[in-house]
Design a protein. Sequence first.
Length: 297
Amino acid sequence: MDIRHLKYFIEVTRFKSFTRAADHLFVTQPTISKMIRNLEEELGVELFDRSRRQLVLTDAGRAILQQAQTIDKAFENIQHELDDLIGLQRGHIRIGLPPIMDAGHFIRVLGEFHKLYPRITFQLIENGTKRIEEDIMSDQLDVGIAVLPVSGDDFHHFSFMKEELLAVIPPSHKFARRKQIKMEELEEESFILFNKDFALNDRIKAACKEAGFMPQVVSESSQWDFIGKMIEAELGISILPASVYSLLKEDLTAIKVVKPVIEWDLAIIWRKNQYLSYATSEWLKFTQDRLMGSISD
């Protein structure tokens, strides 16, 4: 038995057809049938019930399939390890980004890394912190940018941006001339927030609760530019990071929030006890050096 026997077996079970599996593997149907027969003879069991119109696994086939998939995954991991040894000649990194952040500096750092390793590709997926955490845990992403603290104790991280949040209001608002404002003074306001996929949603509601009220939320969005337009239209106010406020094109006013002061701490996160490709590990080292260096500068 070799790994090809198991791969052919896995593909036949996936497609429920010798012919379709053969087409997918670019081999002939007699070849794949012979490989499955050889596997059955070696194991001393029948893997498929061939008496039915549709291909169905036997009990032995179902038991062996689970082990075959485990072995196949182990061989894939070996290949990943070997690819790493090539020296970053190829690789793919999946990164989650919250659309709430100003990604300009981050993208420039990504460009610097690409110049050093041009054959490494990137997939950038925009989502809120909660969804990014879930996608890293389910292996849909390798790393992500999230608002600290992240849930549980499942992630490594390094922080690269901290800033206070500001109340953003239209210039006609009664508080427009104020330099700062207590959270409790916003009790009667209508709030426009990022949606529940964003940790900032929880952070603002928690700050309101600490001030003695729950916010009246008139709208939620995943896009900071939509929030800016809604504030301009006097649909409500919002609480935003200073860096996001600076991106808004509308004529708006920002006021420092005190009692409580709400902070925003952005970090790059990745899963603990999870294999990281050499490309991802090198990218993390490079990015931490560049982002943390820019902070100290």
